[in-house]
Design a protein around this ligand. Sequence first.
Ligand SMILES: [Zn+2]
Length: 83
Amino acid sequence: MIPRPDLQHVHEPRPGDFCLICGGIPETVGVFVPENSGVWGAPEGKTRIMRYCLCAKCAKKKNIAERVEKIIRAELSGGGFKC
Ligand SMILES: [Zn+2]
């Protein structure tokens, strides 16, 4: 499988990025890949990848993966999440 060119820089912060939790300056870029992409609105056979940013402070918080997943879920169901 050949990686898509845009995925090579997926872990680098981009202009316009902000911390998913507090809206602060991003330091860490994470990628959330759900096990069952169909549930997350991806066409069958396609993997849905959600990219998110965290600032240095939020990246150190407890249960951050859980909180990120909750926020992504809420934003997807509200239709406000752009990937
Ligand atoms: Zn933050």
